[in-house]
Design a protein around this ligand. Structure first.
Ligand code: SF4
Ligand code: SF4
Length: 207
């Protein structure tokens, strides 16, 4: 959930059409037309990434006259369906995945069950990844994939690059190689899965 209270505005006289903003907007709210940035104000989620990175300071963040909240109601879906996506992504449903916005895994799962198929759609629906736009991308990609979607980075965009490998995907060869250097991937993996599974069971017992 995010209260969207600000939005980006472009000064077209200053804009040089470099496309930097278009490439990094986490909700694809910017398009370049006739070498000028056009912002879809309804789609903007107020992250200020475009304003922070425009090389000629052509974008400013302004207060919205009518702030609005984006959120997906977790309760509209069976808990089992939410838990299943979270379990596949190796996260607990109550876990906060985006610290800038405070988005929990369960809300991301609900967005995916509502029809979101891409990280950009999850951002638009929940506000996740509309803060720093960096830290939460990996768990977001895992969640999108866990819901059965194919990850397809946008060509030429900076929104995200591929998924980082996790302990669950490392080959035995790599795990053996690093064991002697103080890495215990299998033990870490087991512990993390235990925490997720214990919490899921706790939730079921409370029902
Ligand atoms: S980053 Fe700035 S200069 Fe470049 S297209 Fe966007 S608004 Fe225009
Ligand atoms: S969501 Fe962020 S990057 Fe996209 S237009 Fe709004 S402020 Fe700019």
């Amino acid at each position: 959930m995010k209260l969207v209270s600000i939005m980006a505005k472009v000064d077209k006289d200053k804009c040089i059409g470099c496309k930097t903003c278009e490439k990094l907007c986490p909700v694809l709210a910017i398009q370049i037309e006739d070498k000028k940035a056009i912002i879809d104000e309804d789609a903007c989620r107020g992250c200020a990434n475009c304003a922070d990175r425009c090389p000629v300071y052509a974008i400013t963040m302004v207060k919205r006259e009518e702030p609005f909240t984006v959120k997906v109601d977790v309760k509209q879906f069976p808990k089992e369906a939410i838990d299943e996506i979270c379990r596949k992504a190796h996260v607990n449903p109550e876990q906060v995945l985006c610290y800038c916005v405070g988005t929990r895994a369960e809300e991301v799962a609900a967005a995916l069950l509502s029809g979101a198929k891409t990280p950009e759609e999850v951002s638009s629906m929940t506000g996740m990844r509309t803060g720093c736009t960096i830290e939460c991308i990996q768990p977001m990609l895992r969640m999108v994939e866990a819901a059965g979607n194919k990850l397809q980075p946008i060509e030429g965009g900076h929104q995200w690059y591929g998924k980082t490998i996790t302990a669950w995907e490392l080959s035995d060869e790599v795990k053996d190689k690093y064991k002697s250097k103080g890495f215990f991937f299998d033990e870490d993996k087991e512990l993390l899965d235990q925490i997720v599974n214990l919490k899921l069971e706790e939730g079921q017992n409370e029902k």
